[in-house]
Design a binder for this molecule. Structure first.
Ligand code: AHR
Length: 500
């Protein structure tokens, strides 16, 4: 079978947004404690931050990091996590039925972002709290000095303001599981009031209103419309959250998960633009896809602590990813890039241990899951502009999505370096795919790198002892000659081909 498309730098979707390559650190399980922060670890630095995790974080190539939740934020008091350790309270974390020791908080997080070279993206609690507490944490973070809370930050050792620009107005407020869950009118009003007040402090903030926590939730569509009716003028983004898993051994449907994400994005864009039309607004609301990943969510109920058991940093949501999961992550990244005109921010949920590309052992090693690779490669190679590619591809039948193209692809073109990069997934579970690309519009070009993440077993995983079992290997089949590029993509594979 052969799939084809044409590459032309004139077919430009939008610039690659670096914020597409964000991730997420929540106080959940071992993401923070024994994840990014473990003062007793041999690799811990002077701030208790694991330097081995910092090194992998830099290699992953992330831009923004969303913090401190997630469901956790809807019951969180941000001031519990600042100041002398001896004064910080131990609290119940109702979202994850755990105990929160608060030995890691805002200051430790900001220090970690500086060392990791990433942009912090903070969420405020609109579950148990409201406008005032959002203003307080903003004042603490962003005001230079001379007020009670900015001076408190200085007293806590941070002379310069943190300059946090992106703020999420709560988390998944549409979900009945959320502490302080609200209906769309209640949340829309609160989000608008909070945003308006936060903009009085700093009109240049970038604010994210909660969209739906999944496209299957019954309020999807109406939720976005109602929330934006209230908040359109004072927010910049509406969020999307989506998680995918292989169900009942249906690998074919699972590999086509991006079809669901494509539809989700199209529906949210249409809904936001509908509100724009009604309001005669000049402004467009973009999407912050600030939680996305493969997550075997169906296993969660068995994992959560219960009753009198309120552990600190339990092993929760430690999904162990296989090759197929990594190919789906790659395909979801392709979708985000293809929609770069409207999806200008995204966060892989999450960064360490909790549904994460990086795993750690307490006191032990840090290692890369299979899903690390497509993310790191896309982040490193996607520069310049996203190009529109319109493949013709053989299709295959899926139970969930009907006939789906076997090839899923996008490309980027960097004028400055005269480099074009193709990102492609072969969704076939059993057959290699020949790819033929018309490159005439690029002029003289050659393949400078070609990598494939594939293998005989779609269920192969990496482990702490064998961390490189599933990792990208050179693909020698990729060759460019005058005006065309040919490559063979193995079944269930993620591929990167670089031309310059
Ligand atoms: O990422 C795990 C959880 O998934 C987050 O806390 C929540 O926002 C979502 O439901």
């Amino acid at each position: 079978a052969t799939a084809r498309f044409t590459l032309d730098p004139a077919f430009r979707v939008a610039p690659v947004s670096r914020r597409t390559f964000g991730t997420f650190v929540e106080h959940l399980g071992r993401c923070v404690y024994t994840g990014i922060f473990e003062p007793e670890h041999p690799a811990a630095d002077e701030d208790g931050l694991r330097s081995d995790v910092l090194a992998l974080t830099r290699e992953l190539g992330i831009s923004t990091v969303r913090y401190p939740g997630g469901n956790f934020v809807s019951g969180y008091r941000w001031e519990d996590g600042i100041g002398p350790l001896a004064d910080r309270p131990t609290r119940l974390d109702l979202a994850w039925h755990s105990t929160e020791p608060n030995t890691f908080g805002l200051e430790e997080f900001i220090r970690w972002t500086r060392k990791a070279g990433v942009e912090p993206m903070m969420a405020v609690n609109l579950g148990t709290r409201g406008v005032q507490e959002a203003l307080d944490v903003l004042e603490y973070c962003n005001i230079a000095s001379g007020t009670r809370l900015s001076d408190l930050r200085i007293a806590n050792g941070a002379k310069e303001p943190h300059g946090v620009r992106m703020w999420c107005l709560g988390n998944e407020m549409d979900g009945p599981w959320q502490i302080g869950h609200k209906n769309a009118d209640e949340y829309g009003r609160l989000a608008a009031q909070t945003a308006r007040a936060m903009r009085m402090v700093d009109p240049d903030l970038e604010l994210v209103a909660c969209g739906s926590s999944g496209s299957a939730i019954p309020t999807f569509g109406q939720w976005e419309a109602t929330v934006l009716e209230h908040a359109y003028d004072v927010v910049d983004y509406v969020s999307c959250h989506a998680y995918y898993e292989e169900k009942d051994g249906d690998l074919g449907s699972f590999l086509a998960s991006a079809v669901n994400m494509e539809n989700f994005i199209a529906d949210v864009v249409a809904t936001a633009d509908h509100v724009r039309a009604k309001k005669r607004s000049q402004k467009r609301i973009n999407i912050s896809f600030d939680e996305w990943n493969v997550w075997y969510l169906s296993r969660l109920a068995d994992e959560l602590p219960k009753g009198q058991d309120w552990p600190v940093a339990p092993r929760l949501l430690e999904d162990h990813y296989n090759l197929a999961d990594a190919v789906v992550v790659g395909s979801l990244l392709i979708t985000l890039l293809r929609h770069s005109d409207r999806v200008t921010s995204a966060s892989l949920a999450q960064l360490v241990n909790v549904i994460a590309p990086i795993m750690t052992e307490p006191g032990g090693r840090a290692w890369k899951q299979t899903t690390f690779h497509p993310f790191a490669q896309a982040s490193r190679h996607a520069t310049g502009d996203v190009l529109r590619v319109e493949p013709t591809s053989p299709t295959y039948k899926t139970t969930e999505y009907g006939d789906v193209p076997v090839l899923h692809a996008v490309a980027t073109h960097d004028e400055q370096t005269a480099t074009t990069v193709v990102f492609a997934v072969n969704r076939s579970t059993d057959a290699p795919l020949s790819l033929e690309i018309d490159t005439r519009a690029l002029g003289k070009t050659r393949v400078t790198e070609a990598y494939t993440l594939a293998g005989d077993d779609p269920y192969a995983r990496n482990t702490a002892d064998e961390p490189d079992r599933v990792s990208p290997r050179p693909n020698s089949s990729a060759v460019a000659d005058s005006g065309s590029l040919r490559a063979t993509l193995p079944p269930v594979s993620w591929n990167v081909i670089r031309l310059s």
